[in-house]
Write a protein that binds this ligand. Structure first.
Ligand code: DNO
Length: 356
């Protein structure tokens, strides 16, 4: 595996490449062209400039998170082919730039959903948190405004203000889309992009829905083992794979994370590893990465990745805000650096104990 950190680009991130370079064992970043909108074609020159900036700082660009999928594709609208053509043109340019990993999601409207961006924990750190009870009391239009005060002046991925202004229309767009329709729209999209992925050896890594159940009555499909296996079978190509995100699949306590990892051997192209602390099955917060701080056994998760021979990039995921840092919620430097170091420590121990 290659340990990486997510980085939004020098114009958007509070963390610098130089700081990332100093985290022991982190050799690459996962980045994006953060000012592109879903449906845009990414210019080769912009991709190459991003790559050069990262490489000049002594790091590698290990993959893209995300090339976002336009809602017309997810909802299966009449004009989806135009946006798929643009997506293919972007993949083509990424391939030309020698980039072979693309993380994306197929969540209608919201991407990931949290109800609090700064819940205070007993140690004084603040974390992202979710309660279903809070969602049940909100209407979707209030969702964005209810949390937007806590973003520390940053633009949260998947919560771009321009998109959120059109939330009513977005909901309207998905009115007749149920889980089956979403599966078939995903199949259509994947079948169309696989040839360019084959040509440039690009691994597509779908990110799970977070939380891993339906919110506001919207369809959600990338939520459990049965559904991901169905998705991989319906377009049976090794380039059609997954981002294994422990914090997203883990929102549903019925998901057995190590078992899921083992059943996805060969198709996990990217891993997000983080811990959650549950207060009830529908009330959780994003704890520190350490097993003892949350509800997951992080050793078992890393062991499962080791057992399947995982060689792709891995990144610590959302970190807590600690030591007075002001950054995009979940994406500060300090706690993610602690997370990377801890995960690297687990990996070293697992590797060495298997060598004996
Ligand atoms: C949240 C992230 C997601 C993820 C996308 C992938 O912090 O994990 O926004 O990047 O769903 O497309």
């Amino acid at each position: 595996m290659q340990m990486t950190l997510r980085w939004y680009g020098s114009r958007f991130d509070t963390v610098t490449l130089q700081q990332i370079r100093q985290i022991p064992g982190v050799t690459g970043v996962i980045s994006t062209l953060y000012d592109t909108a879903p449906g845009d074609v990414w210019e080769l020159s912009d991709i190459l400039a991003l790559k050069k900036e990262i490489e000049d700082a002594g790091l590698s660009l290990a993959g893209i998170e995300s090339v976002n999928v336009h809602d017309a594709i997810k909802a299966g609208l009449f004009d989806r082919d135009k946006y798929i053509d643009n997506y293919i043109a972007t993949l083509e340019n990424l391939g030309k730039a020698d980039i072979h990993l693309v993380c994306y999601n197929f969540m209608p409207v919201f991407d990931w959903t949290r109800t609090e961006l700064a819940r205070v924990r007993p140690d004084g750190s603040t974390v992202l948190a979710y309660t279903q009870e809070a969602v049940d009391q909100l209407n979707p239009e209030e969702m964005f405004s209810s949390i937007s005060g806590d973003t520390n002046g940053t633009i949260m991925p998947g919560w771009e203000p321009e998109r959120m202004q059109h939330i009513k229309e977005l909901f309207e767009m998905y009115r007749s889309v149920d889980d089956e329709a979403l599966f078939s729209n995903l199949k259509y999209f994947l079948e169309r992009i696989m040839p360019v992925c084959d040509k440039y050896d690009i691994n597509m890594a779908i990110h799970p829905d977070d939380p891993a159940w339906s919110v506001f009555g919207l369809p959600r499909i990338i939520i459990n083992k049965a559904n991901i296996l169905r998705m991989m079978k319906m377009v049976d190509n090794p380039h059609n794979g997954v981002t294994f995100c422990s914090g997203s699949y883990g929102t549903n306590l019925e998901n057995d994370l190590p078992d899921m990892i083992r059943s996805l051997k060969g198709r996990i192209h990217f891993a997000h590893v983080r811990n959650l602390k549950f207060h009830s099955p529908t009330n959780f917060e994003e704890s520190a990465h350490l097993s003892s701080d949350g509800s997951f056994d992080m050793y078992e998760i890393m062991l499962a990745l080791y057992d399947i021979g995982f060689t792709g990039p891995i990144r610590p995921d959302h970190g807590r805000m600690i030591w007075g840092e002001v950054a995009m919620p979940g994406y500060g430097l300090y706690d993610r650096a602690l997370g990377a170091t801890y995960l690297n420590g687990l990996w070293e121990a697992i590797e060495k104990s298997h060598r004996k």
